[in-house]
Design a protein. Structure first.
Length: 342
């Protein structure tokens, strides 16, 4: 290994061997690391005039990493959340490198000491039951494409699947015999089985029966459940495009007053909020969503102000039964209020 390209060597090993082999991370997670370092190398090239093939580990200093993070916020207009994600990618890489290069341990530890910025916690965006009904009415089910799109939207919601989990879904991952379930391949190659009930099961059964006519070139069981006109698996972008098409149609309805972007993940949020409002325990919701920790699931409990209000109303007890004092009879207080802003 040449000293002049040690960064390239370690980065290549980190992305192709460590993350995929030792950590067994998903392709999407590795892509996040890849994109983070594409920006990092772009910063070196644009601001420091150092081309990617010239970057070395010794050039990584705390000051330069801080400059990079500031560059993301000021020039790239990235949010604090994105800035923290890029920093997390750098930290992950350096934890790997420091085991291989103890001679740079001091400076690497300085970079690892950079803290994430505190970001304002946003409210979880979700659709109400009425808004979901309007959305599901938009596909034209008199056409084959409209039927596909309806079951795509309904299944994304009812299964609370991540968009990649829906894109990767194969016919063999679906069992319609009682109890009907679909097997979703989630983060870290974890598989969870999600029950399919009621109308969704009926729609899916009809769709799969028609699906057999178009699974050309592969065994039916290995065919993607959702495919495009070229009989190729729908991509994440393709699914997002389909959803956005019907969201725009739904916005023409008076009852669909949504002031935020409706992404596939919003359908996942909507299912979780619906389960929570139905009184389902957070532990079960955690397993249904495939969260590793219930702390992640608790964001839904914090999001519903209506549930908080009803819980407080249900637990409220009148403990002060006497007559309430009339503060306007307090002449001293009235005088103080009059002169307060003079």
């Amino acid at each position: 290994m040449k000293k002049t390209n040690d960064f390239a060597w370690y980065l290549s090993r980190f992305l192709t061997v460590y993350l995929s082999g030792e950590r067994n991370l998903s392709t999407n997670t590795i892509a996040v690391y890849r994109d983070s370092f594409r920006l990092f190398l772009l910063f070196f090239e644009q601001k420091l005039k150092v081309t990617p093939d010239q970057v070395t580990i010794s050039q990584l200093t705390k000051e330069r990493v801080l400059d990079y993070l500031d560059w993301l916020e000021t020039e790239r207009k990235c949010t604090i959340v994105t800035r923290n994600q890029r920093l997390s990618s750098i930290h992950g890489f350096l934890k790997y490198v420091q085991k291989e290069m103890p001679e740079n341990l001091f400076e690497l530890n300085r970079i690892l000491g950079i803290s994430s910025k505190r970001a304002t916690k946003t409210i979880v965006p979700y659709l109400t039951e009425d808004e979901l009904k309007i959305l599901f009415q938009q596909p034209d089910t008199s056409t084959r494409q409209g039927k596909r799109d309806l079951i795509l939207l309904v299944l994304m919601y009812d299964s609370a699947a991540r968009v990649q989990e829906i894109a990767d879904l194969r016919v063999k991952n679906i069992r319609l015999n009682s109890p009907a379930v679909i097997a979703l391949h989630g983060k870290g190659n974890k598989i969870r089985h999600v029950p399919i009930l009621g109308r969704t099961k009926e729609l899916l059964a009809g769709y799969l029966e028609d699906h057999k006519k178009y699974a050309w070139g592969v065994a039916v069981s290995d065919a993607p459940v959702f495919f495009n006109q070229k009989h190729q698996q729908l991509s994440r972008w393709g699914i997002s495009y389909i959803l956005n098409t019907y969201v725009e149609l739904a916005k023409k309805h008076d009852g669909f007053t949504v002031g935020f972007p409706v992404t596939p993940h919003v359908l996942r949020h909507s299912k979780a909020m619906g389960m929570l409002k139905s009184g389902i325990n957070l532990i079960y919701i955690k397993d249904f969503l495939g969260h590793a920790n219930v702390v992640t699931t608790e964001v839904y409990a914090r999001a519903d102000s209506e549930m908080k209000r009803k819980a407080l109303e249900g637990s409220y007890r009148e403990l002060q039964t006497g007559e309430l004092p009339k503060w306007e009879n307090d002449t001293g207080l009235m005088h103080w209020l009059k002169v307060l802003c003079k």
